[in-house]
Write a protein that binds this ligand. Structure first.
Ligand code: GUN
Length: 284
């Protein structure tokens, strides 16, 4: 029986710590807002945006909401970002992705000032992370590091296999695990003998975006399994990239879906906002 890595509990613990820090910062006169921009009305994005605003309210920081129509032009969006870049009260800017197809996502990411880039997506933030310099870390991978550390899972010297190479999860995850002295393998859809590689992992991180892909054949007995996927099944229940029922009996520890990685992403976004309000140089 695997130990359940409880992201809901750990994210709550982090948000409670942050709430105290926000109170202390207010006493020093340090405040600031997170600007949250959504373009269009994608229902999943609306849920994420609402959760982010609720988390701001919980820890006691202001959130500014910009709900733009689907047909907003790139120029209009870039103009808003520039206005928020210049606004001294705004300490974090977040554009919920994906943006509609007529808008160049990379141009939007590049427009956000790196010192307000609380998503950690700007090329400067990514570069700083790669060479171990101060900058905002992307929220899902840094949340996974926190999950492992706060669950007592040792990372140093372990073989970590990551399935998926997205800019938001797979690639930054590899860099952060490397920084924790893991030995890292990144795998993807063209990887040969994926099962054997995964089976050699001490820590297996599934971030490929395919429901129930990771079955028992991919997992070594005693491995730690982290599931980044979230999908809705035909019966309306949620599942991840990992077939939990098959893998759980083999693993030594595993994250559930929901209640594993998901809540950590928002907790780490709040962490980044608090670092920004505090004016911390070292934002790790
Ligand atoms: N879309 C999916 N994940 C994220 C995220 O972490 N941040 C933003 N801005 N959009 C997303």
């Amino acid at each position: 029986m695997a130990k359940l890595i409880d992201g809901k509990r750990i994210s709550q613990e982090i948000k409670d710590e942050l709430k105290e820090q926000v109170t202390a910062l207010k006493e020093q006169g340090k405040t600031g807002a997170l600007a949250v921009i959504q373009v269009g009305h994608d229902p999943a994005s609306s849920v994420y945006v609402r959760n982010k605003k609720n988390a701001c309210a919980y820890i006691g920081i202001e959130s500014l909401s910009y709900e733009l129509e689907e047909d907003t032009t790139q120029q209009e969006l870039l103009h808003l970002i520039e206005k928020l870049n210049q606004d001294g009260n705004v300490k974090g800017i977040l554009v919920q992705l994906p943006v509609p197809e007529h808008i160049d996502e990379n141009a939007v990411i590049r427009a956000i000032r790196p010192d307000k880039d609380v998503d950690g997506f700007h090329p400067q933030s990514v570069g700083a992370m790669a060479i171990g310099q101060p900058g905002f870390l992307p929220c899902t991978p840094s949340g996974i590091i926190q999950l492992l550390k706060r669950s007592g899972v040792g990372i140093e010297g372990k073989h970590c296999v990551i399935i998926g190479r997205s800019n938001i999860v797979g690639k930054p995850m590899a860099l952060l695990m490397l920084r924790e002295n893991a030995t890292v393998t990144i795998t993807h859809s063209k990887t040969q003998d994926l099962k054997a590689l995964c089976k050699s992992a001490d820590i297996l991180i599934a971030a490929l975006g395919k429901p129930l892909f990771v079955t028992a054949e991919y997992v070594k007995e005693g491995a730690v399994v982290i599931d980044v996927g979230i999908h809705r099944k035909e019966d309306n229940k949620l599942c991840g990239d990992v077939d939990f029922a098959q893998v759980e009996p083999l693993a030594s520890a595993i994250t559930p879906v929901p209640g594993g990685v998901g809540p950590m992403t928002i907790a780490m976004l709040m962490q980044n906002c608090v670092h920004s309000i505090a004016g911390n140089e070292e934002r790790v």
